[in-house]
Design a protein around this ligand. Structure first.
Ligand code: FAD
Ligand code: MLT
Ligand code: ZN
Length: 476
């Protein structure tokens, strides 16, 4: 069922009529203008199954010039549009709130070039992340980002949300790895910023406006990505720990001992592991402990990496900081260990309803929020768990119930966000604001910054047709 997180009023956009549908068909072809209810139900619903829009039209352009024609038309007719990639977004940004047209990038899926020497890959925005990574692998290269949704998310969606994921610790976020992009503005203009130069300090670097803009400033149609060299040695250590204090000690010592080969530093509490073992039937490789860490190293020499890891583990065991742990370099075991971490989001959905929070908090307070919420909510929730990209200070706090409960919701929000705001953290570390979090933006951004964002939105999309009700607050 659809949950209105707060009251929202449909803005004065036009309604799609038969002439509009005929125009879209003339540009995109009959098959790529979808009005079938079953197909629409899919694009109207978010991955978490918490939101349901009522769009009556799905458009599937096959090239940037078709995107341009369609947007220019929608702008002149004042028809609202939601750009949609793989629809794996977690903040209600990729689905319509009312009857906005859904514009999918699914058919913008061409790889344009891949330079094996520089490692720069250019492609259209609808390419699936995993498909790009497979292509990169043919040249011993790797996409600089990786996330649980890689099999269905699009690179355009990744750029539009500035997705983080499990390798950000090593490769940084997409503001660093995206070298260029093309975006189609609301009026249909194609804004070409497709440089493939690693260095380019000529004027304002406008592409950054679109990285993390969540479909509100333009539709990203092409990107140029700096791939990383694909490591030929991967190892994963799965650790069990007694206290959060020891988790923090391990972060520090892992950074010191593993330094340049450390590629992921992830955290899970026992409640998260109970979720994937119980709800998905996965098996833990070690005994149960209050806290777990998944450390991944990757490099060019297995011998060298293993030596460093063994050294690190030995020291950590001897000092009593780590209670239990297992280390593997075997691809199938690595995959199984990663599944324990990457499939938590999926496991949580099996409880029923998931209240999902994705915050940046100071490491010293990282787990306090989870403990606090556990006390605050008691038995009113099925589960209260914490996991996340510990190495980047990014906590995923998740609460589940059998169904959405407005009383529980009122205990969670705005409380969670205010605590994060008090700590000067970020109320959205990597998922974006979308629809669900936009009204809390002021807790992480200054009034003057929000006001400039609003001015930029008006400049680039004066009719406000691009992804309305998202990112910017509903109040001025
Ligand atoms: P969508 O969900 O379709 O869209 C997301 C937003 O981007 C929407 O606002 C949409 O309007 C906009 N958008 C999409 N394409 C375009 C475009 N071409 N031009 C302009 N705007 C566009 N996120 C992380 O940061 N780190 C993680 O580790 C992570 N793990 C995940 C694991 C799972 C299992 C799932 C389901 C999600 C996860 N996410 C994670 C959420 C993340 O935001 C998305 O997976 C991904 O980046 C979104 O890509 P998408 O193609 O599905 O975009
Ligand atoms: C993750 O790190 O698993 C994703 O961001 C999804 C989530 O937060 O549940
Ligand atoms: Zn995440």
């Amino acid at each position: 069922s659809s949950i209105r997180y707060y009251s929202v009023v449909r803005q004065g956009f036009e309604y799609v009529n038969e002439d509009d549908v005929n125009y879209f068909k003339s540009v995109l072809g009959e098959r790529n203008v979808i009005t079938d209810e079953e197909e629409l139900a899919i694009v109207n619903t978010d991955w978490l199954k918490t939101m349901k829009g009522s769009s009556g039209v799905l458009l599937q352009p096959s090239c940037p010039s078709e995107v341009s024609k369609v947007l220019s038309y929608c702008n002149s007719r004042r028809l609202a549009v939601v750009p949609q990639g793989g629809n794996t977004g977690l903040v209600g940004g990729s689905v319509p709130i009312f009857d906005e047209i859904v514009l999918s990038t699914k058919r913008l899926n061409k790889i344009l070039s891949l330079d094996p020497v520089t490692g720069i890959l250019s492609c259209e925005s609808g390419c699936i992340l995993e498909a790009l990574d497979n292509k990169a692998a043919e040249y011993d290269l790797m996409m600089p980002l990786d996330l649980g949704a890689k099999g269905s998310c699009h690179i355009g969606g990744n750029v539009a949300t500035n997705a983080g994921g499990i390798r950000l610790l090593r490769y940084g976020n997409l503001h660093g790895s995206i070298l260029g992009l093309e975006a189609v503005l609301a009026n249909g203009e194609r804004l070409d910023m497709m440089t493939t130069n690693k260095k380019d300090n000529t004027g304002y670097d406008l592409k950054h406006l679109f990285v993390g803009s969540e479909g509100t400033l333009g539709i990203i149609t092409k990107v140029a990505v700096q791939c990383a060299q694909r490591p030929n040695s991967f190892h994963v250590a799965f650790l069990g720990l007694e206290s959060f204090e020891n988790v923090l000690k391990t972060v520090q010592s892992a950074k010191q001992s593993l330094n340049e080969i450390l590629s992921s530093c992830e955290f899970m509490d026992d409640e998260s592991m109970e979720c994937v073992t119980k709800n998905l039937g996965l098996r833990l490789p070690i005994q149960r402990h209050p806290f777990y860490m998944l450390l991944e190293t990757s490099g060019s020499s297995s011998y060298h990496d293993e030596e460093k890891l063994n050294d690190f583990l030995e020291k950590s065991f001897n000092s009593g900081v780590i209670l239990d742990g297992t280390l593997t370099g075997e691809p199938s075991k690595i995959k199984d260990m990663w599944a324990l971490r990457e499939r938590i989001a999926e496991g949580l959905l099996r409880d029923g309803y998931c209240y999902k929070y994705d915050v940046s908090v100071p490491l010293s307070k990282f787990y306090d929020l989870v403990t606090d919420m556990r006390e605050r909510l008691g038995s009113s929730v099925v589960r209260c768990c914490g996991y996340g990209h510990l190495g980047d200070g990014n906590l995923h706090l998740n609460l589940t119930g059998e169904i959405f409960d407005p009383d529980v919701f009122a205990l969670i929000e705005p409380y969670v966000y205010e605590r994060v705001g008090d700590w000067k953290g970020s109320i959205s570390a990597e998922h974006g604001l979308g629809y669900k979090k936009r009204n809390y933006i002021h807790l992480s951004k200054s009034q003057s910054a929000i006001s400039l964002m609003q001015q930029l939105k008006s400049l680039l999309d004066p009719n406000g047709i691009l992804n309305p009700y998202k990112v910017l607050p509903s109040f001025k």
